[in-house]
Design a protein around this ligand. Structure first.
Ligand code: GLC
Ligand code: CA
Length: 527
């Protein structure tokens, strides 16, 4: 049988920012339910919802204080059950976020663990004695500010490990009780009918058992992320992380048709090892389009390297943006929005898009007094803050862009361009980014060549990425102009050169004596 996620288009919803229904300025589950018809209309086939569990929100939900419930701010468990049901009615799969590396410091497990050295849950987290000088046990650094990854607990005189905020103590997965409790969380949600998990920083869960110091990063310079001062040699991607991957996979395999997606920021050769022998992640997230320079030669080379590195039987995947990265339209310039979307949806493998990309949403401007992300607050001015890419979804031109009631102050300000860039406006325009995205999705989902075909790169000049996707019965070419000047491209003799779709959504693209004339920022699909 065919795996549904191989034909899926995953759409990430950051629940705080999608749709607020009760006027508290924060998105909620009833809001997502209200928008399911829109998502079905758009044509995406799966939603991944960032954490909506009880949480003190030190990291906006990635600090979970109860893995088996819903934060009242987002709704109730019954709302989640209804969401799953309503999504399934519309043939949309539901993927939830699983945060195994750390809990909140307010989780009852941690409260117990820190209560005394001999508490039965002490070993559920990483507790170590101070170094001989009284300082932290080793030199490991925490994300979001780059201070020590160890926090001293005055009461018991030991340090605990947190690779993220001090409010996010790392769980000790080498303890079988932790394994059991956490794998049980997965079963809890699978039993509720969800279709898979996106696994938060899955590659950091296991740590060097000897807690060796990380080596300095020779390429680090002031002005860079302070966390990157060290190479994370002993605090991520440890050999037995693959064993962790297999534990999760075994639980998923107790059920039918469940997908596991790993959040893994590693270079390609390391990344692809997280497929295992087909017994680890179905989809280790491939973030390389986010990390690479937006340049035709670089991208062609990246695709080649990724395709070549994939192990036998591994299904590829691609991502343009997420809640931790500046938006695609902001990184590359909004004029490239269509080209980026066309690339994402025509490459071989499962695409994951981030809410708002379908309308070309850009980062919002966040005034200093509205900043909330600790990544910015703890290391200001380095461009590390994630608030800009988390601004409210832009639905229409009413105050608050239809995200919340007009007189409410949303948790993050709405981006200024919402009166022009919004769903309602673009639904009415045949050549809008939204109309284009929808048409591209429609074409992709009925094209065997795009869904299943092989990938072969084609000769292309400056600024142009070109490739063929084909099955026995269908052959399509994708030609993308990443540049600011028009380009021409020679149509190979084995293509008849019928234009299926242009990012410009018009019939003006010209072909003359087998040369395709691409306008600037234009992408074209040819049959
Ligand atoms: C992941 C999440 C990010 C979060 C971090 C800690 O990288 O995507 O938003 O802050 O893990 O949980
Ligand atoms: Ca709300």
């Amino acid at each position: 049988m065919e795996n549904w996620w191989e034909n899926a288009i995953v759409y990430q919803i950051y629940p705080r920012s999608y749709q607020d229904t009760n006027g508290d300025g924060v998105g909620d589950l009833p809001g997502i339910i209200e928008r399911l018809d829109y998502l079905a209309w758009l044509g995406i086939t799966a939603i991944w919802i960032s954490p909506c569990y009880p949480s003190p929100m030190a990291d906006f939900g990635y600090d979970v204080s109860d893995y088996k419930d819903i934060h009242p701010m987002f709704g109730t468990l019954a709302d989640m059950e209804r969401l799953i049901e309503e999504a399934h009615k519309r043939d949309l799969k539901v993927i939830l976020d699983f945060v195994p590396n750390h809990s909140s410091h307010q989780h009852p497990w941690f409260i117990e663990s820190r209560s005394s050295r001999d508490n039965p849950k002490r070993d559920w987290y990483y507790w170590r004695d101070p170094a001989p000088d009284g300082g932290p046990p080793n030199n490991w650094l925490a994300h979001f500010g780059g201070g020590s990854a160890w926090e001293l607990d005055e009461k018991t005189g030991q340090y605990y490990l947190h690779l993220f905020l001090p409010e996010q103590p790392d769980l000790n997965w080498r303890n079988p009780e932790v394994q059991e409790a956490m794998l049980d969380v997965m079963r809890f949600w699978f039993d509720k009918g969800i279709d898979g998990f996106r696994v938060d920083v899955s590659y950091k869960v296991m740590k060097d058992p000897d807690y060796r110091d990380n080596p300095p990063n020779p390429d680090w310079k002031p002005g860079m992320n302070p966390f990157a001062r060290l190479i994370q040699k002993y605090s991520e991607n440890q050999p037995d992380n693959h064993e962790f991957n297999r534990w999760l996979r075994q639980v998923a395999d107790e059920y039918e048709d469940k997908v596991l997606i790993g959040e893994i920021y590693l270079d390609i050769p390391e990344l692809v090892t997280h497929y295992g022998q087909g017994d680890e992640f179905h989809l280790p997230f491939n973030f390389h389009l986010i990390r690479c320079e937006w340049d035709a030669a670089v991208i062609s080379d990246l695709i080649e390297k990724y395709e070549a590195a994939l192990p036998e039987g591994a299904w590829p995947n691609w991502v343009l943006g997420n809640h931790d990265q500046h938006r695609f339209a902001t990184r590359t310039g909004v004029a490239q929005s269509g080209v980026g979307m066309m690339l994402l949806l025509t490459l071989r493998g499962t695409p994951t898009m981030y809410y708002g990309e379908e309308i070309g949403m850009e980062d919002g401007d966040i005034p200093l007094d509205r900043l909330v992300d600790p990544a910015e607050i703890n290391a200001p001015g380095l461009g590390l803050g994630r608030d800009p890419e988390r601004t409210p979804m832009q639905w229409d031109r009413s105050p608050n862009a239809g995200f919340s009631l007009p007189d409410v102050t949303p948790w993050l300000p709405t981006a200024n361009n919402y009166p022009l860039i919004n769903v309602a406006e673009q639904q009415g325009l045949p050549d809008s980014m939204l109309s284009f995205t929808r048409q591209l999705i429609t074409f992709r989902q009925q094209s065997q060549a795009l869904l299943k075909g092989s990938y072969r790169s084609l000769e292309a000049g400056d600024d142009v990425v070109a490739f063929i996707r084909e099955t026995e019965n269908e052959r399509v070419a994708v030609v993308l102009n990443l540049g600011y000047s028009p380009r021409s491209w020679k149509i190979p003799s084995d293509l008849n050169g019928e234009i299926i779709l242009s990012t410009r959504m018009d019939k003006e693209t010209e072909i003359f004596s087998r040369q395709l004339y691409l306008r600037r920022h234009e992408g074209v699909i040819l049959r």
